[in-house]
Write a protein that binds this ligand. Structure first.
Ligand code: CO8
Length: 258
Protein backbone atom coordinates (compact mmCIF):
# COMPACT_ATOMS: atom_id res chain seq x y z
CA UNK A 1 0.00 0.00 0.00
CA UNK A 2 1.04 3.59 -0.61
CA UNK A 3 2.26 5.63 2.39
CA UNK A 4 -0.17 8.34 3.39
CA UNK A 5 0.32 11.43 5.62
CA UNK A 6 -3.17 12.15 6.89
CA UNK A 7 -4.84 8.75 6.89
CA UNK A 8 -3.95 5.23 7.98
CA UNK A 9 -4.77 2.17 5.92
CA UNK A 10 -4.84 -1.45 6.99
CA UNK A 11 -6.43 -4.74 6.08
CA UNK A 12 -8.33 -7.19 8.18
CA UNK A 13 -8.84 -10.33 6.08
CA UNK A 14 -10.85 -9.12 3.04
CA UNK A 15 -11.73 -5.74 4.58
CA UNK A 16 -9.81 -2.56 3.72
CA UNK A 17 -9.82 0.01 6.53
CA UNK A 18 -9.22 3.75 6.05
CA UNK A 19 -8.74 5.86 9.20
CA UNK A 20 -8.78 9.68 9.08
CA UNK A 21 -5.75 10.57 11.16
CA UNK A 22 -5.75 14.23 12.24
CA UNK A 23 -7.18 13.78 15.73
CA UNK A 24 -5.86 17.13 17.05
CA UNK A 25 -7.87 18.92 14.32
CA UNK A 26 -10.87 16.62 14.91
CA UNK A 27 -10.03 14.88 11.62
CA UNK A 28 -10.82 18.04 9.63
CA UNK A 29 -11.02 17.18 5.96
CA UNK A 30 -8.39 19.26 4.21
CA UNK A 31 -8.09 18.96 0.45
CA UNK A 32 -5.08 16.65 0.96
CA UNK A 33 -7.06 14.40 3.32
CA UNK A 34 -9.88 13.90 0.83
CA UNK A 35 -7.32 13.25 -1.91
CA UNK A 36 -5.70 10.54 0.22
CA UNK A 37 -9.08 9.00 1.11
CA UNK A 38 -9.96 8.83 -2.60
CA UNK A 39 -6.58 7.30 -3.46
CA UNK A 40 -6.78 4.69 -0.69
CA UNK A 41 -10.33 3.73 -1.53
CA UNK A 42 -9.47 3.39 -5.22
CA UNK A 43 -6.52 1.20 -4.26
CA UNK A 44 -8.83 -1.07 -2.25
CA UNK A 45 -11.41 -0.95 -5.06
CA UNK A 46 -8.83 -2.31 -7.52
CA UNK A 47 -7.58 -4.98 -5.11
CA UNK A 48 -9.22 -8.37 -5.76
CA UNK A 49 -8.36 -9.48 -2.20
CA UNK A 50 -10.60 -6.76 -0.73
CA UNK A 51 -14.38 -7.19 -0.70
CA UNK A 52 -15.56 -4.28 1.46
CA UNK A 53 -14.14 -0.97 2.73
CA UNK A 54 -14.58 0.62 6.18
CA UNK A 55 -13.83 4.27 6.96
CA UNK A 56 -13.45 5.67 10.46
CA UNK A 57 -11.63 8.44 12.33
CA UNK A 58 -8.90 8.45 14.96
CA UNK A 59 -9.13 10.04 18.42
CA UNK A 60 -12.06 10.17 20.81
CA UNK A 61 -14.00 13.27 19.83
CA UNK A 62 -14.90 13.21 16.16
CA UNK A 63 -15.24 11.05 13.10
CA UNK A 64 -14.68 14.36 11.26
CA UNK A 65 -15.65 17.93 12.20
CA UNK A 66 -15.98 18.98 8.56
CA UNK A 67 -13.85 20.47 5.83
CA UNK A 68 -10.75 22.31 7.05
CA UNK A 69 -12.04 25.81 7.84
CA UNK A 70 -8.55 27.27 8.30
CA UNK A 71 -7.56 26.05 4.83
CA UNK A 72 -10.77 27.33 3.20
CA UNK A 73 -11.00 30.69 4.94
CA UNK A 74 -9.16 32.78 2.32
CA UNK A 75 -10.01 30.80 -0.81
CA UNK A 76 -11.66 32.29 -3.90
CA UNK A 77 -14.24 30.42 -6.00
CA UNK A 78 -11.53 29.69 -8.58
CA UNK A 79 -9.17 28.38 -5.85
CA UNK A 80 -11.99 26.08 -4.74
CA UNK A 81 -12.70 25.00 -8.33
CA UNK A 82 -9.03 24.16 -8.83
CA UNK A 83 -8.61 22.56 -5.42
CA UNK A 84 -9.34 19.01 -6.48
CA UNK A 85 -12.89 18.63 -5.22
CA UNK A 86 -13.23 15.96 -7.92
CA UNK A 87 -11.85 13.71 -5.19
CA UNK A 88 -15.32 13.73 -3.63
CA UNK A 89 -16.67 12.36 -6.93
CA UNK A 90 -13.95 9.70 -6.98
CA UNK A 91 -15.17 8.51 -3.57
CA UNK A 92 -18.74 8.48 -4.90
CA UNK A 93 -17.62 6.22 -7.77
CA UNK A 94 -16.02 3.49 -5.59
CA UNK A 95 -17.74 0.29 -6.70
CA UNK A 96 -17.23 -1.86 -3.58
CA UNK A 97 -19.50 -1.39 -0.57
CA UNK A 98 -18.24 1.16 1.99
CA UNK A 99 -19.25 1.24 5.65
CA UNK A 100 -18.70 4.34 7.81
CA UNK A 101 -17.90 3.67 11.48
CA UNK A 102 -18.71 7.03 13.08
CA UNK A 103 -18.62 8.56 16.56
CA UNK A 104 -18.66 11.97 18.23
CA UNK A 105 -18.91 14.92 15.86
CA UNK A 106 -19.89 14.07 12.29
CA UNK A 107 -20.22 17.59 10.93
CA UNK A 108 -20.22 19.40 7.59
CA UNK A 109 -18.04 17.54 5.11
CA UNK A 110 -17.67 14.80 7.75
CA UNK A 111 -21.41 14.21 7.64
CA UNK A 112 -21.30 14.30 3.85
CA UNK A 113 -18.46 11.78 3.81
CA UNK A 114 -20.52 9.42 6.00
CA UNK A 115 -23.58 9.94 3.78
CA UNK A 116 -21.42 9.03 0.76
CA UNK A 117 -20.92 5.60 2.30
CA UNK A 118 -23.33 2.68 1.81
CA UNK A 119 -23.96 1.89 5.45
CA UNK A 120 -23.36 3.74 8.70
CA UNK A 121 -22.56 2.21 12.09
CA UNK A 122 -22.72 4.90 14.76
CA UNK A 123 -21.59 5.06 18.37
CA UNK A 124 -24.36 6.24 20.67
CA UNK A 125 -22.58 9.58 21.24
CA UNK A 126 -22.62 10.50 17.53
CA UNK A 127 -23.88 13.99 16.59
CA UNK A 128 -24.61 14.57 12.89
CA UNK A 129 -24.84 18.11 11.60
CA UNK A 130 -24.42 20.50 8.68
CA UNK A 131 -23.25 23.68 10.45
CA UNK A 132 -21.94 25.38 7.26
CA UNK A 133 -24.60 28.11 7.49
CA UNK A 134 -22.85 29.41 10.61
CA UNK A 135 -19.75 30.02 8.47
CA UNK A 136 -21.72 31.81 5.76
CA UNK A 137 -21.71 28.87 3.34
CA UNK A 138 -23.86 25.79 2.66
CA UNK A 139 -23.01 22.08 2.34
CA UNK A 140 -21.06 21.46 -0.88
CA UNK A 141 -20.48 17.70 -1.00
CA UNK A 142 -24.03 16.38 -1.17
CA UNK A 143 -25.47 17.20 2.27
CA UNK A 144 -28.59 19.06 1.09
CA UNK A 145 -29.40 16.39 -1.47
CA UNK A 146 -28.66 13.17 0.41
CA UNK A 147 -30.32 14.35 3.63
CA UNK A 148 -33.42 15.66 1.82
CA UNK A 149 -33.86 12.35 -0.01
CA UNK A 150 -33.94 10.41 3.25
CA UNK A 151 -34.82 12.78 6.09
CA UNK A 152 -37.32 14.75 4.01
CA UNK A 153 -37.59 18.48 3.41
CA UNK A 154 -38.51 19.80 6.84
CA UNK A 155 -35.92 18.12 9.04
CA UNK A 156 -33.23 18.76 6.39
CA UNK A 157 -34.16 22.46 6.34
CA UNK A 158 -33.70 22.54 10.11
CA UNK A 159 -30.26 20.96 9.78
CA UNK A 160 -29.00 23.22 6.98
CA UNK A 161 -30.73 26.47 8.01
CA UNK A 162 -30.04 26.28 11.74
CA UNK A 163 -26.99 24.03 11.78
CA UNK A 164 -29.01 21.86 14.18
CA UNK A 165 -27.26 18.67 15.27
CA UNK A 166 -29.12 15.36 15.21
CA UNK A 167 -28.26 12.38 17.41
CA UNK A 168 -27.63 8.82 16.24
CA UNK A 169 -31.01 7.63 17.55
CA UNK A 170 -33.02 10.06 15.45
CA UNK A 171 -30.86 9.39 12.38
CA UNK A 172 -31.46 5.66 12.87
CA UNK A 173 -35.22 6.21 13.17
CA UNK A 174 -35.10 7.90 9.75
CA UNK A 175 -33.02 5.11 8.23
CA UNK A 176 -29.76 7.08 8.03
CA UNK A 177 -27.92 4.88 10.52
CA UNK A 178 -27.88 1.08 10.30
CA UNK A 179 -26.90 0.26 13.87
CA UNK A 180 -26.12 2.19 17.02
CA UNK A 181 -23.48 0.63 19.26
CA UNK A 182 -21.86 1.61 22.57
CA UNK A 183 -19.07 4.19 22.22
CA UNK A 184 -15.84 2.50 21.17
CA UNK A 185 -17.50 -0.47 19.46
CA UNK A 186 -18.33 1.22 16.14
CA UNK A 187 -15.21 0.06 14.30
CA UNK A 188 -15.33 -3.58 15.43
CA UNK A 189 -19.05 -3.71 14.58
CA UNK A 190 -18.40 -2.18 11.13
CA UNK A 191 -15.57 -4.64 10.45
CA UNK A 192 -17.80 -7.54 11.52
CA UNK A 193 -20.44 -6.44 9.04
CA UNK A 194 -17.82 -5.73 6.35
CA UNK A 195 -16.42 -9.27 6.70
CA UNK A 196 -19.88 -10.70 6.04
CA UNK A 197 -20.21 -8.54 2.92
CA UNK A 198 -16.69 -9.46 1.81
CA UNK A 199 -17.64 -13.14 2.02
CA UNK A 200 -20.43 -12.67 -0.56
CA UNK A 201 -19.89 -13.12 -4.29
CA UNK A 202 -17.80 -10.01 -5.12
CA UNK A 203 -19.34 -9.17 -8.50
CA UNK A 204 -22.85 -9.59 -7.06
CA UNK A 205 -21.96 -7.26 -4.17
CA UNK A 206 -20.76 -4.58 -6.59
CA UNK A 207 -23.80 -4.87 -8.82
CA UNK A 208 -26.08 -4.89 -5.76
CA UNK A 209 -24.51 -1.59 -4.65
CA UNK A 210 -24.79 -0.12 -8.15
CA UNK A 211 -28.44 -1.19 -8.41
CA UNK A 212 -29.44 0.32 -5.06
CA UNK A 213 -27.61 3.58 -5.86
CA UNK A 214 -29.47 3.76 -9.18
CA UNK A 215 -32.66 4.31 -7.16
CA UNK A 216 -31.34 7.78 -6.26
CA UNK A 217 -30.55 8.78 -9.83
CA UNK A 218 -33.39 7.41 -11.94
CA UNK A 219 -37.14 7.04 -12.35
CA UNK A 220 -38.58 3.80 -10.97
CA UNK A 221 -38.87 2.41 -14.50
CA UNK A 222 -35.22 3.14 -15.34
CA UNK A 223 -34.09 1.83 -11.97
CA UNK A 224 -36.01 -1.42 -12.44
CA UNK A 225 -34.41 -1.81 -15.89
CA UNK A 226 -30.92 -1.34 -14.40
CA UNK A 227 -31.67 -3.89 -11.68
CA UNK A 228 -32.95 -6.40 -14.26
CA UNK A 229 -29.86 -5.95 -16.50
CA UNK A 230 -27.54 -6.46 -13.53
CA UNK A 231 -29.58 -9.50 -12.47
CA UNK A 232 -29.27 -11.07 -15.94
CA UNK A 233 -25.55 -10.16 -16.12
CA UNK A 234 -24.82 -12.19 -12.98
CA UNK A 235 -26.00 -15.34 -14.79
CA UNK A 236 -22.75 -14.99 -16.78
CA UNK A 237 -20.65 -15.29 -13.60
CA UNK A 238 -18.90 -18.42 -12.36
CA UNK A 239 -19.93 -17.34 -8.86
CA UNK A 240 -23.61 -17.65 -9.75
CA UNK A 241 -23.07 -21.30 -10.85
CA UNK A 242 -21.02 -21.96 -7.72
CA UNK A 243 -23.54 -20.26 -5.39
CA UNK A 244 -26.47 -22.26 -6.70
CA UNK A 245 -24.51 -25.53 -6.95
CA UNK A 246 -23.32 -25.10 -3.36
CA UNK A 247 -26.92 -24.61 -2.23
CA UNK A 248 -28.00 -27.78 -4.03
CA UNK A 249 -25.05 -29.76 -2.60
CA UNK A 250 -25.66 -28.30 0.90
CA UNK A 251 -22.13 -26.88 1.21
CA UNK A 252 -20.50 -23.47 1.65
CA UNK A 253 -20.00 -21.62 -1.67
CA UNK A 254 -16.43 -20.79 -2.71
CA UNK A 255 -16.69 -17.50 -4.58
CA UNK A 256 -13.87 -16.28 -6.83
CA UNK A 257 -15.12 -12.90 -8.04
CA UNK A 258 -15.46 -14.25 -11.59
N1 CO8 B 1 -11.54 22.80 10.34
C1 CO8 B 1 -10.33 23.11 10.87
N2 CO8 B 1 -10.02 22.93 12.18
C2 CO8 B 1 -10.97 22.42 12.98
C3 CO8 B 1 -12.26 22.07 12.50
C4 CO8 B 1 -12.52 22.26 11.10
N3 CO8 B 1 -13.70 21.93 10.53
N4 CO8 B 1 -13.00 21.60 13.53
C5 CO8 B 1 -12.19 21.65 14.63
N5 CO8 B 1 -10.97 22.13 14.29
C6 CO8 B 1 -9.82 22.35 15.18
C7 CO8 B 1 -10.03 23.57 16.08
O1 CO8 B 1 -9.70 24.76 15.42
C8 CO8 B 1 -9.10 23.23 17.24
O2 CO8 B 1 -7.78 23.53 16.82
P1 CO8 B 1 -6.78 24.37 17.83
O3 CO8 B 1 -6.59 23.43 18.98
O4 CO8 B 1 -5.56 24.57 17.00
O5 CO8 B 1 -7.51 25.61 18.19
C9 CO8 B 1 -9.19 21.71 17.34
O6 CO8 B 1 -9.68 21.26 16.07
C10 CO8 B 1 -10.16 21.25 18.42
O7 CO8 B 1 -11.40 21.86 18.19
P2 CO8 B 1 -12.19 22.73 19.32
O8 CO8 B 1 -11.23 23.33 20.29
O9 CO8 B 1 -13.10 23.68 18.59
O10 CO8 B 1 -13.02 21.56 20.04
P3 CO8 B 1 -14.39 21.73 20.84
O11 CO8 B 1 -14.61 20.41 21.52
O12 CO8 B 1 -14.41 22.96 21.65
O13 CO8 B 1 -15.52 21.89 19.69
C11 CO8 B 1 -16.63 21.40 17.60
C12 CO8 B 1 -15.79 20.86 18.79
C13 CO8 B 1 -18.02 21.82 18.09
C14 CO8 B 1 -16.76 20.26 16.59
C15 CO8 B 1 -15.92 22.61 16.98
O14 CO8 B 1 -14.57 22.27 16.74
C16 CO8 B 1 -16.50 23.08 15.68
O15 CO8 B 1 -17.55 23.72 15.66
N6 CO8 B 1 -15.82 22.76 14.53
C17 CO8 B 1 -16.25 23.21 13.24
C18 CO8 B 1 -17.44 22.46 12.72
C19 CO8 B 1 -17.87 22.99 11.38
O16 CO8 B 1 -18.26 24.13 11.24
N7 CO8 B 1 -17.82 22.14 10.33
C20 CO8 B 1 -18.19 22.50 8.99
C21 CO8 B 1 -16.98 22.96 8.21
S1 CO8 B 1 -17.40 23.56 6.58
C22 CO8 B 1 -17.61 22.14 5.66
O17 CO8 B 1 -17.49 21.05 6.14
C23 CO8 B 1 -17.97 22.34 4.22
C24 CO8 B 1 -17.92 21.00 3.47
C25 CO8 B 1 -17.71 21.28 2.00
C26 CO8 B 1 -17.24 20.03 1.28
C27 CO8 B 1 -16.48 20.33 0.02
C28 CO8 B 1 -17.33 20.42 -1.19
C29 CO8 B 1 -16.68 20.55 -2.53
Amino acid sequence: MTDYHYILTERDERVGIVTLNRPKELNALSIAVIGEVANAMEEFDRDAEIGCIVITGSGEKAFAAGADIKEMSNKSPIDMLNAGFDDWDRIRRISKPIIAAVFGYVLGGGCELALNCDMIIAAENTRFGQPEIMLGIIPGAGGTQRLARTLGKYRTMEMVLLGAQVGAKEMAEHGLVNHIVPKGEQLSEAIKMAKKIAAQAPVAARLAKASVLAAFETSLQEGLAIERQNFFLLFASEDMREGMQAFIEKRQAQFKGK
